[in-house]
Design a protein around this ligand. Structure first.
Ligand code: SF4
Length: 356
């Protein structure tokens, strides 16, 4: 079986041409799925029933994810969904709205690329669950379509949900191409960001794809010893190697790279660590996002407000661009992995998970 959701426009044309359909049927199918929310083959009412029958016989299919749980934050601006994907995995996806001056709000979908994650970051609920499997591109795109079908004007996508996108490289890049093709989901390439714990070879490969997508690297520590403690699977890759890959990405694409730094109380929030980070990032091309930890069930504490202020000041005074990002939707456990963990705990204790 092949999901229609994984087919790029030229592949859709080829698949339908083999069934004797003219080229415009591919455009009709793509528009029905990506713009008008067709969720099953039966929803493709523009196509002749005979063609839909031939598609079925040829193993082409279309199925929406089942929504196992959905939560909305108190301010209504963040929605988190636990989705059972057609490929058999359960993942979570988040939609976050944020205001934009003089324009309609930005609506960013946060996509998962793997069920579970092998990276094992010690402060992350998903990391503690371990790795289950890579998601195929259709199951990544299905998450964005879930929110669009619910009436959201999705404007941006970040690959920051469960999983390490560059460890599922081919399917992640296929999903990016589907999300940014004007004949498919239709986002601007510059409205898409891939977030990685950092695999230098894969970063170079992504730079060579000639995509204009943004790159965010989860660094979390200014030195190798602490980074290996926080991201145990960072392996032999040093902070310097990673930042060199970030600089190459910047040179190849012209896109400034975001350095993500989760501030953890008394672990990586000291003034000396801020100064060390500033020293590493001199020379431009990078922007630091400081993310005060949104504690999960682990042993880590949030940093004090004073430490967050001072950390940022040290960076900016050294000429390094830095902003503090407050995690949206903290009241609905929007940190990656938490809704699924909560739902599983609810199921285990016999209580029903929230349903949307
Ligand atoms: S923070 Fe991201 S890369 Fe690290 S374990 Fe969690 S999902 Fe994986």
């Amino acid at each position: 079986m092949t999901s229609l959701l994984r087919l790029l426009p030229e592949e859709m044309e080829g698949a339908l041409a083999e069934l004797g359909a003219p080229r415009y049927r591919a455009d009709q199918t793509l528009r029905a799925i990506h713009a008008h929310g067709a969720a099953t083959l039966d929803d493709l009412a523009q196509l002749p029933a005979a063609l839909r029958g031939r598609m079925r016989e040829a193993g082409l299919e279309l199925a929406p994810p089942a929504v196992l749980a959905e939560r909305r934050s108190e301010d209504g601006e963040t929605v988190k969904a636990l989705l059972a994907l057609p490929g058999g995995s359960t993942v979570e996806s988040v939609l976050m709205r944020s205001p934009r001056a003089g324009r309609a709000p930005r609506a960013t979908v946060c996509l998962s690329t793997q069920a579970g994650c092998a990276m094992g970051c010690v402060f992350c609920a998903t990391g503690q669950m371990g790795f289950e499997r890579n998601l195929p591109a259709e199951d990544i795109v299905a998450q964005a379509l879930h929110f669009r079908r619910g009436g959201e004007r999705v404007t941006n996508a970040v690959f920051m949900g469960m999983g390490e996108p560059l460890a599922n490289y081919a399917e992640t890049v296929r999903a990016i191409r589907l999300l940014t093709d004007a004949r498919a989901f239709g986002l601007a390439q510059r409205a898409v960001t891939v977030s990685t714990v950092g695999i230098p070879r894969a970063i170079d490969r992504l730079a060579a794809e000639r995509l204009q997508v943004g790159l965010a690297i989860s660094l979390h520590a200014p030195d190798d010893a602490l980074r290996r403690r926080l991201v145990p699977t960072a392996g032999p890759r040093s902070v310097r190697e990673l930042l060199d890959a970030a600089r190459r990405y910047f040179r190849a694409t012209g896109r400034r790279v975001s350095i993500e730094y989760a501030l953890i109380g008394s672990v990586n929030d000291a003034p000396g660590q801020a100064a060390a980070l500033a020293g590493l990032l001199r020379g431009g091309g990078m922007h630091v996002n400081l993310i005060p930890l949104n504690p999960t069930a682990g042993p880590f504490a949030a940093p004090s407000r004073r430490r967050v202020r001072e950390f940022r000041r040290t960076l900016t005074e050294a000429g390094v661009n830095a902003t503090v990002r407050i995690e949206k939707g903290a009241d609905i456990a929007a940190a990656c992995g938490q809704l699924r963990t909560d739902a599983e705990a609810g199921a285990a204790s016999g209580t029903a998970a929230a349903r949307g």
